[in-house]
Design a protein around this ligand. Structure first.
Ligand SMILES: [Zn+2]
Length: 79
């Protein structure tokens, strides 16, 4: 699944998880990438701080996005 940041934000997800094959990973805000950029486009830009290898696996951070949706849902429920 290769999606753009715009599509990801449309799903309510505002962050990405960047995984290295060594197991090192980092959570980043997606604010600095424009809607037209695909997640796969930025994968070669990462150099792992754990093992130093270039290239990573970038995935939508659904775990961080879901609580935001839950909060929005809770607000709507109080109307
Ligand atoms: Zn690594």
């Amino acid at each position: 699944m290769k999606i753009t940041f715009g599509q990801m934000r449309a799903m309510g997800v505002g962050g990405v998880l960047v995984y290295c094959h060594c197991g090192h990973h980092v959570a980043l805000d997606a604010d600095c990438w424009v809607d037209e950029v695909r997640l796969s486009d930025i994968e070669p830009q990462f150099v792992c701080q754990g093992c130093g290898s270039r290239g990573a696996d970038v995935r939508p951070d659904f775990d961080r996005g879901n609580p935001k949706l839950a909060i929005i849902g809770a607000k709507d429920a109080t109307h």
